[in-house]
Design a protein around this ligand. Structure first.
Ligand SMILES: *[C@@H]1O[C@H](CO)[C@@H](O)[C@H](O)[C@H]1NC(C)=O
Length: 457
């Protein structure tokens, strides 16, 4: 039914009246001070817009970023006088007259618009509720901006109130939102809009682009010195032989300070024994011991701590650049953000496999708080999320960290990123993955940080 409507609309060149004031622009913003400043900078280009909201201002809880819980609020506040909600990432630039022009093609009905991504094959980061063919399901690339018609927002608001979200976990929000809206065919599928772009270049006819996205990591002025970053690698005896050699062959040489924490002494690595029994899963006890050790005299004092798994691949130079954006004197907890129970309060956390980055301040505050593991084998990343959430320290998200392998993400999605990390060796050659995706000179050619844009921040 929805597809049919679309064809009719396009076929008849339908044009509806739409005033720019009927569009509510929502920035998928973050609370951290660097991100707040980023918004001030970008907000110059939003001066002429009547309604711009920052998502982190819309709720007290940290869960606003998962968007669906905000639907009742959107419907209540803007249902009577607005026709569209248009979402933008912090670094999406937008040509408003072009957006108005696009939205005029769509009459008052349920619409879900965006730049479409799809999977090549089933991936561990996505659920597939509706069919066995993951390729066929489209979800929006948030970087290009995406839109919901108010008619759809009203239906979603009702649905969110009536039935709780199916999954407790928020892992890849863009895919989960698309599944929720599609509702096994009862709701609209994503309509791809070619004017919503990420990278504007000759390949997609840049004149038509109403949105574009700036790559993140190359933009802060001064990279953090590598002597300011301490790396802790969690390993255990059974992985000394196959995983640690990969770290040594790839990113270890770019780090100034690195320690390997294992249950078993091996001087060839060498390992550090934390005196915590190894656990099959969870590692909470181990991670908290790493935090204690980090602030002790046993290791050099650095501004930043990064805890990774022994099968995490990470680009240290790119991390140095990214950290140049952040203030180490603030409590910063950074990486790929996941959520747990966000529909009903819940908390956000940094998923461990992609790498968890802490400012020294964050570690000190956490340890002072007395928040600890409820058991040694509790999931460390989730416990840390709970603790920081209780402390009111926001989780800061960067989409450049990845909990899974490059093949687990849509090609189009990765094509406009300069990634910092990937995770897991399963069915891949991790050394060649590192060289292809994470070596400093392996930027995809079309991805460029817009140099200069953030130099005055
Ligand atoms: C729509 O109503 C909300 C209050 O519910 C108001 O804040 C907003 O400015 C209104 N939008 C326009 C375009 O008047």
């Amino acid at each position: 039914m929805f597809l049919l409507n679309f064809i009719l609309v396009v076929g008849m060149n339908y044009f509806v009246f739409l005033d720019v004031r009927e569009i509510v622009f929502i920035i998928q913003s973050q609370r951290n001070s660097f991100h707040a400043k980023l918004y001030e900078f970008y907000s110059l280009s939003f001066q002429n817009l009547p309604v711009v909201l920052l998502i982190h201002d819309l709720t007290e809880s940290e869960g606003g970023w998962s968007i669906l819980p905000l639907m009742p609020q959107f419907s209540e506040n803007y249902g009577h006088n607005s026709s569209w909600i248009f979402f933008l990432e912090e670094e999406t630039s937008v040509n408003v007259p072009k957006i108005v022009h696009i939205l005029r093609r769509f009459p008052k009905e349920q619409w879900f618009l965006g730049k479409a991504l799809h999977d090549e094959e089933a991936t561990i980061i996505h659920h597939y509720a509706f069919s066995d063919d993951p390729k066929a399901f489209m979800y929006p690339d948030f970087a290009a901006g995406w839109a919901l018609s108010m008619t759809l927002v009203k239906r979603l608001a009702k649905k969110v109130k009536d039935e709780p979200l199916k999954s407790d976990f928020t892992i890849d929000l863009k895919h989960e939102i698309a599944l929720y809206i599609f509702e096994d065919g009862n709701g609209p599928a994503l309509i791809p809009v070619q004017e919503l772009c990420t990278v504007a270049d000759s390949s997609n006819n840049e004149e038509i682009c109403a949105t574009t996205h700036t790559a993140f990591s190359s933009s802060c002025v001064k990279p953090v010195d590598k002597n300011d970053i301490f790396f802790g690698v969690k390993t255990c005896r059974k992985f000394h032989k196959d995983r640690i050699p990969v770290v040594k062959k790839t990113w270890e040489k770019d780090s100034a300070f690195i320690e390997y924490y294992s249950d078993y002494a091996d001087s060839s690595i060498p390992t550090v024994n934390l005196g915590v029994p190894n656990t099959e899963r969870g590692h909470c006890g181990k991670t908290f011991s790493i935090l204690e050790r980090y602030v002790s005299n046993a290791v050099p004092e650095t501004k930043w701590l990064v805890i990774v798994d022994d099968d995490t691949l990470i680009s240290v130079p790119r991390l140095q650049k990214l950290l140049g954006c952040y203030n180490p004197n603030e409590p910063v907890f950074l990486g790929e953000r996941y959520g747990y129970g966000l529909g009903t309060g819940g908390y956000s956390y940094i998923t461990g496999g992609g790498g968890m980055v802490f400012s020294r301040q964050a570690v000190l505050k956490l340890l002072e708080s007395g928040c600890r593991c409820y058991s040694n084998d509790a999931p460390d990343d989730m416990v840390l999320g709970m603790c920081f959430s209780a402390l009111g320290i926001p989780v800061t998200h960067s989409s450049l960290f990845h909990q899974a392998r490059p093949e687990d993400y849509s090609k189009d999605y990765l094509s406009h990123q300069i990634p910092i990390s990937f995770h897991k060796h399963w069915n891949i050659d991790p050394v060649s993955v590192y060289h292809k995706w994470l070596k400093e000179d392996s930027y995809p050619e079309n991805v460029q940080g817009h140099k200069g844009i953030r130099e005055d921040l």
